[in-house]
Ligand binder design. Sequence first.
Ligand code: GLN
Length: 319
Amino acid sequence: LVIPDFRSFCSHLDQIFEECTDITSGNVASYIPELSKVSPNFWGMSVCTVDGQRYSKGDSTEPFTLQSCSKPLTYGLALQQLGSEKVHQFVGQEPSGEVFNALILDKHDMPHNPMINPGAIIMCGLLKSLVYENHAIDDILAEIMKTVKNLAANEYVGFSNEVYESEKATGFRNCAIAYLMMEKKCFPPSITVDDVLTLYYKSCSILGNCETLSVIAATLANGGVCPLTNKMVLRQDVVQNMLSLMQSCGMYDYSGHFAFQIGLPAKSGVSGGMMLVVPSVMGIGLWSPPLDRLGNSCRCLYFCERLLDFYCMHPYARL
Ligand code: GLN
């Protein structure tokens, strides 16, 4: 077993989980009513090891939209279908140093990386134009959701039409980003702004819960083979690329700090969800809606800090 004394590990998780309830700072995202209506008190945690040991606490089965946690997943699907070389003709690998929805491209007029809005919108363009040509947007969404389900071993995966409708109705910034990228010829051929944004908003509106995120993260920790089904969902080289960019770019413009302090690949979303990957060991799914000023969930960040106080998981802590 990768964690031989799982019971004592879980009792430490219990302790950390309880400590986190003292964290009451942060604000629930309010740019659309569907997110602002969510109770700030939800708090859930799930763990899944690469050999399938599982533990959950709190609101671990309560659904929330994946939001930016979908970004590594659409990136992974594009990599799986097109290969790294092709994908990176359209998107870079550098942290942007800016907020996730900044109207900004890199010095080659490409999005900096696939973990922020411009890059994730480009991934949707690649899926539409190069992978699933002539497919309706909803069929492409179904392909994305199929991959998410396979990564999550059929843990809950759903879709929120309410969140999608609001994102679409209020997404002026994303619209500006897509038009800027149209002007700079960032997209593959025959893409429309409407199609690409529809797919982007729909992928942000995929629903999951902490259990879902923990199994997805565990599949990534296990090199693309889901520990619960033993199915290879993504190739090892795809997962390597995904984890590298989650490590350098996954936590918005806190990514450098997070990589310094925690050193593990992670991705957060504006609904307060987060996945943390401990390579070769486990995946952790966390959810607490109140966010700090950079857009990361306050409790989720504190959880990671405390976990690292208990266990030496930083990759350079044991050299
Ligand atoms: N859906 C939102 C947007 O595109 C938020 C994405 C996120 O989680 N940061 O702006």
